[in-house]
Design a protein around this ligand. Structure first.
Ligand code: NAD
Ligand code: SAH
Length: 416
């Protein structure tokens, strides 16, 4: 945790501010996030701000058990997480974190908010709002809002530029290849890597794979993204064609069954399959298991080999769950710095906008209530995170002159 903190100067600055101003005094916060050293820095920041916090894992494989223990021991946080739990235990943990009776929530993938709206509805009235940290979670929240079932406002931290442009792109790009290499020690140069999905994660992953000398193939369903990938110089084709030529397949789409039986049927012997997108649904693992005549688990961490009737071996990493968190340590702290800073500042902003229902002393109550839908991170927060990050890197930028500001505001001047 100390090692991670060294690369998280923005979060450190926010923690110092929170220690002095206590913006979360008296607030109860339940979080469902990857339990890593970087998340620990975020949780410690919320505690420094005065909150009582519980934390459940947002992934059954990714928990760093030593970090979970340290958060309990040294910060008094109720942590409900252990690496490699069953799905039942995973949801028991989310329920245990919710037992705190939160008035603010932090989610990542929407499992906690989903649990609140389905099996823990008795807690809904006291929840004032929350944050969502990943693309898939935001998509689900929009759907809940559309169906008018979302009961409190949620802020889409994922969508703010200082999160998505850096975490999803550079973070996923680096940590996914890290997971792939830790699991297999594969040489990427000269291999054909098929990346399904050319969104924020896919672009970062493709750039980094190309940088390692791999031949990158992109599959997409969006014509604009497919065109972009083509003009970036990647080969673009449907998965039905890519399946036969790939050495490594990585899914980052947020969708399900992107790799399925018809693809496994034509893949090369020894093909590696990994997901770095969403839960364990992007690769149809059940179909792979039912096609296989044998399954061998290698001594290396999270490497399962499925032997098909014709003798071909397909190798699945991290059980089809996120390879960067299941095998490696997730994104580097330097990029999580911005994701965590956005979450900390947004939770404080929500606490100010949404005081506890029995708190009558605060002027904030005079502001209009936030509606129960998906809200953007306020631009000031995004800009502040970028400014603090640049400051920490000792990078300075220009400021517009008064004449430039005037020019950018006006429409009267044409060609001169
Ligand atoms: P995005 O919406 O920017 O990109 C997803 C892309 O996948 C889109 O371009 C979409 O057109 C494409 N796509 C959808 N279905 C497809 C299919 N069947 N075949 C090929 N392409 C398809 O989303 P993103 O921000 O890149 O996130 C992608 C996923 O990764 C989400 O589930 C997100 O929650 C997750 N994520 C993971 C990490 C991590 O640490 N591994 C980090 C951030 C986000
Ligand atoms: N909960 C779902 C969706 C996760 S998307 C699942 O596990 O399948 C992955 C999320 O993990 C992203 O929002 C990203 O910000 C976060 N993440 C990546 N590396 C991390 C790290 N080192 N510590 C904490 N969170 C991390």
């Amino acid at each position: 945790m100390e090692w991670a903190e060294r690369s998280m100067p923005v979060l450190r600055a926010i923690r110092e501010r929170f220690t002095a101003t206590r913006p979360l005094q008296g607030r109860r916060v339940a979080a469902c996030l990857q339990v890593t050293a970087e998340t620990a820095g975020l949780i410690a920041t919320l505690v420094a701000g005065g909150a009582e916090v519980t934390l459940a894992a947002s992934n059954p494989l990714s928990t760093q058990d030593d970090t979970a223990a340290a958060l309990v021991e040294e910060y008094g946080v109720g942590v409900f997480a252990r690496a490699g739990v069953s799905l039942d235990t995973y949801y028991q943990h989310i329920n245990a974190a919710l037992d705190i009776g939160p008035d603010l929530v932090l989610d990542e993938g929407c499992d906690l908010v989903n649990t609140l709206h389905t099996s823990r509805t008795e807690l809904l009235d006291q929840v004032r709002g929350g944050t969502e940290a990943t693309t898939t979670g935001v998509i689900r929240l929009h759907q809940m809002a559309r169906e008018r079932v979302l009961r409190f406002p949620m802020v889409a931290v994922n969508d703010t530029p200082t999160k998505r442009m850096f975490d999803n792109r550079y973070g996923t790009g680096q940590s996914t290849l890290d997971g792939l290499m830790r699991a297999t020690n594969i040489m990427l140069a000269g291999r054909t890597i098929v990346i399904a999905g050319y969104g924020a994660c896919g672009t970062g992953l493709a750039e980094r794979a190309r940088g390692m000398g791999a031949q990158v193939v992109i599959t997409e369903i969006d014509p604009v993204k497919a065109l972009d990938a083509t003009l970036q110089g990647y080969r673009v084709m449907p998965m039905s064609e890519a399946a036969a030529i790939g050495d490594v397949f990585i899914t980052v789409t947020g969708s399900r069954d992107v790799l399925r039986a018809e693809h496994f049927a034509v893949m090369k012997d020894g093909a590696l399959l990994a997901n770095s997108g969403h839960f364990d649904v992007e690769i149809d693992v059940a179909a792979l298991a039912s096609m296989a005549v044998e399954r061998r688990t290698w001594i290396r961490h999270q490497v399962d080999e499925y032997v098909l009737p014709d003798g071909r071996r397909l190798i699945l990493l991290a059980e089809g769950r996120l390879v960067n968190l299941g095998v490696a340590d997730g994104h580097p702290a330097a990029v999580m710095d911005m994701a965590c800073a956005n979450q900390a500042l947004t939770v404080a902003w929500l606490a100010e906008r949404l005081p506890l229902k029995n708190d009558h002393g605060s002027g904030a109550q005079e502001r209009p209530e936030l509606e129960p839908r998906v809200h953007p991170v306020p631009t000031e927060i995004d800009t502040e995170v970028a400014r603090l990050k640049l400051d920490s890197m000792k990078i300075k930028i220009d400021t517009p002159t008064p004449a430039q500001e005037e020019y950018l505001r006006s429409w009267r001047l044409g060609t001169q």
